[in-house]
Design a protein around this ligand. Structure first.
Ligand code: TSJ
Length: 651
C-alpha cells in the first residue's frame, strides 16, 4: 500500500508521525551529544572511576529487574579487549513500537537520555548510580554497543556506534517462548576515556561481591576473560548483609557467633541492619542507601546510631549493670562493633561533598524505630550477650575517660597546636583550605624535589622518612608520642581523637606520594591505616588522594596516555594504529626525578593523575588491615602467600 492509496485522515497522521519522529531523532542526537561533550556531568569523571561507572550503570538495570522480582541472576564478563558483557534472566527489555516516537522501546532505552525506569510503571527504581541516568549514557560513551533480548519467543538484536543506531532492531531467530532475558555488550570509547580503558578486576570483583551482599538471594557472577585461566566467580548470599558482617569479621574474634539481623519496611522504606561485636578497639560501620555506599553517612546512619546508644543505655540502667549516673557515649557502644545498615528508599536525596550523604529525614525515624524495636527484643531474649555488650561499652568508656585525662595533662607537650607547625613541613602560602594541598612524600630526596618543583601558593610538602608506626595495635599514647604522626596531625590542623574536627582541615587534599614499588606500597598502607583509624572523617569527606606517578608516557599526535605497567604498555601498543608513530617515554622512581619532572608528571594539576581514596577500598581495607596488622597469624600468612606473586612482579 503506497501513501497515495491511503484515506486523507491517515495521510495526515502519517505526516504527523514523520514530524514527531524527526523531532524525537533530533532530541536523541542532541541528548547523546550532550553526554559526549560533558561526560563528567553524567558519570562523574572520565578517569578509571568513570570507566567503571559504565559497568555499574548497566548492572543497575539488571538489579532493578531483580528487585522487581523478575530476575534471579546477573552475569558480568570482561572480554579480552576490555569490553564488558552483562546478562540477566529478567523479562527482557520491551521491544514493542511506542506510539509517541514510533520507535521500538528497546531503541529508546539506549538512545534517549533518562529513558531508564520509565517503562512498565509500578515498582519503583531502587538502584541507580549517583547520577540516576542509565543505558543511554553508557551507549553514548561506547564505540560500540550491542544488545540481545529474549522475549515473546524471539531473539531480538540491535547495535549502536557511539550512541547512534547502526543495525535497527531485528529478529535473529526463535526460541522457547518460556525463555527470557537481556544481554548488553559494550566497548568504552578511548576518545572519552583518555586516561585508561583497562578495567580493574579487583574493583569489579569487590563491588560485585558487595552488590550480592546488598541484594540477598540475587546471584551475581564475574568472569575476567582477559586471564588465561578465567574462572567464573559466583556471589550468592541468602543471608544478605548478615553474611556481609560475617565476611568483614572473618579475621576477627567475635563476641557472639551470629550477627543480629533486622529487616523491615515502613512508609515504602525498606531497612536492613546486621551487627556483630568483636574484641577489636575499632568500629566498622558501613551504611548504604539504594545500594550506594553512603560514606558520608546521613539520616539512616544517624537513626541507627541514636537507637543503638539509647537502647544499650536503657538496658544497662534497667538491669542495674550501669549506674543511674553512668552514660555510655556513641563511641563507647560502637567500640568493637561491625555493622552494615542498608536501606532502600523510593526517592533518595544524596547530599554532601561526594554526594554520598543521605538527606531524607524519614529515613532517620524509620531506621531508628525499626532497629530499636528489634534490638531491644534481642537484648531481652539474650541476657548473656546483652551483658557483654553493655560491659564492653563500660570498658570503652573508662578507657576513654582515662585517655582524655592523660591527653589533657600532656596537651601542652603534645604540640598539636598549629602555632607549633613542624619545621619539616614546607607549607603553602594560601590560607584557603579549598585550594590547599598537602603532599606526603616518601623520602627526603623526593621531598626536596617536590619542595622545589611545587606551586608554592597551593601545595605544601611533608617528607616522611621510611616506615611510619603501625597504628593497628598501638595505644593512643604511643601514637601521639610518635613524631612523624604528630607532625601529620599538626599540619592537617584537625586535632586528634575525640577533638578531631574535619572542619578545621587546613587542606582539602591530602595526597600520598610514594614510589610504585613494594616499599612504597607498604608506606602507603601504613599511612592509609592511620588515616582510616584516626582521621576517618577526612576520608569520608573525600579529601584523601593517592598520587600516581606514571611508569610510561605514550604520545601519538595530540593523544597523550600515561601507563602504569609493562603489561598495559603492551596492550596499548597493540591497539594503536600505525601512524603517526607513537613516542614512548619511561619514567624513573620518584627519588630519581628532578623537580621539573616531578611537577610535570605527578604534581601539576593540569596533567597529574590522582586516585581519590573513596572508601570503595575501605570495606576491604578494614579486612585487609585487620589481617595484615592484627593478631591472627594464619590468615596473614595465607594473604601474603596468595599475593607474593604480585609483590615479586613489583620488584
Ligand atoms: F542485563 C543488563 F544488566 F545488562 C541489562 C538489563 C541492561 C539493561 C540496559 C537493561 C536490562 C533489563 C531491563 N533487564 N530487564 C529489564 N526489564 C525491563 O526493561 C522491563 C521488562 C518488562 C516490563 C514490563 O512491564 O513488561 C518492564 C520493564 C521495565
Amino acid at each position: 500500500m503506497s501513501e497515495q492509496d491511503l484515506p486523507e485522515i491517515k495521510k495526515e497522521s502519517l505526516a504527523q508521525r514523520a514530524k514527531e519522529y524527526d523531532a524525537s531523532q533530533i532530541q536523541v542526537l542532541s541528548g547523546l551529544e550532550a553526554v559526549r561533550k560533558r561526560p563528567g556531568m553524567y558519570i562523574g569523571s572520565t578517569s578509571a572511576q568513570g570507566l567503571h561507572h559504565l559497568v555499574w550503570e548497566i548492572i543497575d538495570n539488571g538489579i532493578d529487574e531483580a528487585l522487581a522480582g523478575f530476575a534471579t541472576e546477573i552475569n558480568i564478563e570482561v572480554e579480552p579487549d576490555n569490553s564488558v558483557t552483562v546478562t540477566d534472566d529478567g523479562r527482557g527489555i520491551p521491544v514493542d513500537i511506542q506510539a509517541k516516537t514510533g520507535r521500538p522501546a528497546l531503541e529508546t532505552v539506549f538512545n534517549v537520555l533518562h529513558a531508564g525506569g520509565k517503562f512498565g510503571g509500578g515498582g519503583y527504581k531502587v538502584s541507580g548510580g549517583l547520577h540516576g541516568v542509565g543505558a543511554s549514557v553508557v551507549n553514548a560513551l561506547s564505540t560500540s554497543l550491542d544488545v540481545e533480548v529474549h522475549r515473546n519467543g524471539h531473539r531480538y538484536y540491535m547495535d549502536f556506534e557511539r550512541g547512534k543506531v547502526k543495525t535497527p532492531m531485528k529478529i535473529l531467530g526463535d526460541i522457547d517462548p518460556q525463555e527470557h532475558g537481556t544481554k548488553v555488550h559494550f566497548l568504552p570509547d578511548p576518545d572519552i576515556f583518555t586516561e585508561t580503558t583497562v578495567y580493574d578486576d579487583h574493583t569489579l570483583e569487590t563491588r560485585i561481591r558487595e552488590l550480592a551482599f546488598l541484594n540477598k538471594g540475587l546471584k551475581l557472577t564475574f568472569t575476567d576473560k582477559r586471564k588465561e585461566t578465567a574462572e567464573k566467580l559466583e556471589f550468592h548470599y541468602v543471608g544478605g548483609i548478615k553474611s556481609y558482617v560475617e565476611y568483614l569479621n572473618e579475621n576477627k574474634d567475635v563476641i557472639f557467633p551470629e550477627p543480629i539481623y533486622v529487616e523491615g519496611m515502613q512508609n515504602g522504606i525498606t531497612v536492613e541492619v546486621a551487627i556483630q561485636y568483636t574484641d577489636d578497639y575499632h568500629s566498622n560501620l558501613m551504611t548504604f542507601a539504594n545500594n550506594i555506599h553512603t560514606y558520608e553517612g546521613g539520616t539512616h546512619e544517624a537513626g541507627f546510631k541514636a537507637a543503638l546508644t539509647r537502647v544499650i543505655n536503657d538496658y544497662g540502667h534497667r538491669n542495674n549493670i550501669l549506674k543511674e549516673s553512668e552514660k555510655l557515649s556513641g563511641d563507647d557502644v560502637r567500640e568493637g562493633m561491625t555493622a552494615v545498615v542498608s536501606i532502600k528508599h523510593p526517592d533518595p536525596q544524596f547530599e554532601g561533598q561526594t554526594k554520598t550523604k543521605l538527606g531524607n529525614s524519614d529515613a532517620r525515624t524509620v531506621t531508628d524505630r525499626m532497629f530499636s524495636e528489634h534490638f531491644n527484643k534481642f537484648l531481652l531474649e539474650n541476657p548473656n550477650e546483652a551483658r557483654q555488650i553493655v560491659e564492653k561499652g563500660m570498658l570503652a568508656s573508662r578507657a576513654r575517660v582515662a585517655a582524655k585525662r592523660a591527653r589533657e595533662v600532656t596537651r601542652k607537650k603534645s604540640g598539636l597546636e598549629i602555632s607549633n607547625l613542624p619545621g619539616k613541613l614546607a607549607d603553602n602560602s594560601s590560607k584557603d583550605p579549598e585550594i590547599s594541598e598537602l603532599f606526603i612524600v616518601e623520602g627526603d630526596s623526593a621531598g626536596g624535589s617536590a619542595k622545589e618543583g611545587r606551586s608554592r601558593l597551593t601545595q605544601a610538602i611533608l617528607p616522611i622518612r621510611g616506615k611510619i608506626l603501625n597504628v593497628e595495635k598501638a595505644s593512643m599514647d604511643r601514637i601521639l608520642a610518635n613524631d612523624e604522626i604528630r607532625t601529620l596531625f599538626t599540619a592537617m590542623g584537625t586535632g586528634f581523637g575525640e577533638d578531631f574536627d574535619v572542619q578545621k582541615a587546613r587542606y582539602h587534599k591530602l595526597i600520598i606520594m610514594t614510589d610504585a614499588d613494594v616499599d612504597g606500597a607498604h608506606i602507603r598502607t601504613l599511612l592509609l591505616t592511620l588515616i582510616y583509624r584516626y582521621m576517618r572523617p577526612i576520608l569520608d569527606a573525600g579529601y584523601v588522594y593517592i598520587a600516581k606517578p606514571p611508569l610510561y608516557q605514550v604520545r601519538q599526535g595530540k593523544m597523550v596516555r600515561y601507563i602504569d605497567s609493562d603489561e598495559e604498555l603492551k596492550d596499548v601498543m597493540v591497539t594503536l594504529q600505525p601512524s603517526p608513530k607513537p613516542v614512548i617515554q619511561r619514567y624513573k622512581g620518584l627519588g630519581e626525578m628532578d623537580a621539573e619532572q616531578l611537577w610535570d608528571t605527578t604534581m601539576n594539576p593540569e596533567n597529574r593523575r590522582l586516585d581519590r581514596v573513596s572508601g570503595d577500598a575501605a570495606a576491604d581495607a578494614d579486612r585487609v588491615f585487620s589481617m595484615l596488622m592484627g593478631d591472627k597469624v594464619a590468615p596473614r600468612r595465607e594473604f601474603i602467600e596468595e599475593n607474593a606473586r604480585y609483590a615479586e612482579l613489583d620488584l
